[in-house]
Design a binder for this molecule. Structure first.
Ligand SMILES: *Cc1c(COP(=O)(O)O)cnc(C)c1O
Length: 434
């Protein structure tokens, strides 16, 4: 019997709510990945590493809002900062000082960034970054990675990893828009050089996640990002690092600091808002001053620079500065990944493990213990098996993201006990599943 059937009796209220939701929301949800098959669980509250559902079940959360909650749920310092802000009002429609405070932090930690524009989501950040690159270079084409995900706007919804309905591209997107989006496989320098050299006259930018976090988790091979920087610089094509997952997660300065490779334009989201809606476009002054009203690339928003989001973000950055959170997460992450690798090598199981800092994922398929190195390889994973893992882990009180094409996250709130429980659950379940 599949695990969800065994769990059904413990998820009665969730199932009922989902039935009603199906009549009110397309697919019953507000964002596709949440529509877990055959039905998702409904959450009432969350605190630290734990999330609680409407049937009174409790789970250790490795989904963490799909990335933003690096400090865990309802962190007291963020709560306090936001409460203080709410007393003062939550929308001004004028400039306010929090914009300067958070901008200064970002500029300090991101060497490639001298100015920022605050927007409301990662999607808006990459959309604006691409428009900026096109405006700056006066070229129209962009290059992305197959399986790279940059949010839910037209230019990037082509072979977009976790966005399964966007394979090859989402319905509703004009063909002429997609024609301007070129693609190359990750970790393939030759393919990249070929396209960039051939198309450089038309190519505004190459956008990529330095670590792919939306086809499971795929790391750049040694030397790849160096080559990416070299090829784009030599051919005068802007390099955009989409650090919406990695920013403030792989360290204060994100993937660019960690790998020592600096892009022309950076997008941030998720962690930078501390769980509130926030996106950031950043670059050196020369590029940023193309954005309106300094320049002629239009970008605007009623909620841009929202005080509550900026406050949540600033409080997050301040906690990260005070406590040695990244160090703790590095250690916890590498221990967890080692434990998962040990389970494979002990049992000669058929799956791959991938991990960096507070991100990890396992892939079902024959990878000889190694994770896939690009999208095409990731597509060969056994996604049904992953879903069964999801349900069995849930049964054991562990909430993993419900898709093989998402990444698991650790937070500062996870305890050694949480990790121990999780590893035990993995071990027992993987032995049976593989
Ligand atoms: C989540 C994500 C986005 C989109 O951000 P939203 O806030 O969901 O719009 C863009 N790029 C990457 C790499 C992401 O992981």
């Amino acid at each position: 019997m599949p695990a969800w059937k065994q769990l059904k009796a413990r998820l009665k209220n969730s199932e009922k709510l989902y039935e009603e939701a199906l009549t009110l929301l397309p697919g019953g949800v507000s964002s596709p990945v949440r529509a877990v098959k055959p039905f998702p669980f409904y959450v009432v509250r969350a605190k630290g590493s734990k999330i609680f559902d409407v049937d009174g079940n409790e789970y250790i959360d490795y989904c963490l809002g799909y990335g933003p909650l690096l400090l865990g749920h309802a962190h007291p310092a963020i709560k306090k900062a936001v409460e203080t802000q709410l007393e003062k009002g939550w929308l001004f429609g004028t400039p306010h000082e929090l914009e300067l405070k958070l901008a200064k932090k970002i500029v300090r930690y991101y060497k490639s960034v001298e100015m920022v524009r605050f927007v409301n989501s990662g999607t808006e950040a990459t959309m604006s970054a691409i428009r900026l690159a096109r405006g700056f270079t006066r070229r129209e084409k962009i290059l992305k990675i197959e399986g790279g995900f940059h949010g839910a706007h037209d230019a990037v919804l082509v072979k977009a990893g976790s966005a399964a309905t966007a394979i090859p591209a989402s319905k509703g997107i004009p063909m002429n828009l997609i024609e301007n989006t070129l693609q190359v496989p990750f970790n393939d320098v030759e393919a990249l050089s070929e396209v960039v050299e051939k198309k450089k006259e038309e190519l505004a930018a190459f956008i990529l996640e330095p670590v792919l976090g939306n086809v499971g988790l795929i790391l750049p091979e040694k030397g790849y990002l160096e080559e990416v920087r070299k090829v784009t610089a030599e051919n005068d094509v802007l390099l955009i690092f989409d650090e919406i997952i990695t920013g403030f997660r792989l360290g204060m300065g994100g993937a660019q600091e960690r790998f020592g490779i600096y892009p022309d334009i950076t997008t941030l989201g998720k962690v930078v808002g501390g769980g509130f809606p926030l996106g950031v476009v950043g670059a050196r002054r020369e590029i940023m001053e193309f954005i309106a009203p300094a320049g002629e690339v239009y970008q605007a928003g009623t909620f841009n620079g929202n005080p509550v989001s900026l406050c949540g973000g600033l409080a997050t950055v301040e906690v990260l500065e005070r406590a040695r959170i990244h160090e703790k997460l590095e250690k916890m992450g590498s221990e967890l990944v080692r434990a998962l690798k040990d389970i494979i090598s002990d049992k000669k199981l058929e799956y791959g493990v991938s991990g960096i800092s507070s991100m990890f994922q396992i892939f079902f398929g024959q990878f000889d213990g190694h994770p896939p190195r690009n999208y095409e390889e990731a597509l060969r994973c056994d996604r049904e098996k992953y879903l069964e893992l999801f349900w069995r882990m849930l049964q054991r009180g562990v909430f993993l993201p419900p898709s093989q094409f998402e990444t698991c996250f650790l937070s500062a709130a996870h305890s050694d006990d949480d990790i121990k429980t999780t590893v035990e659950a993995y071990e027992e379940i993987l032995k049976r599943l593989c």
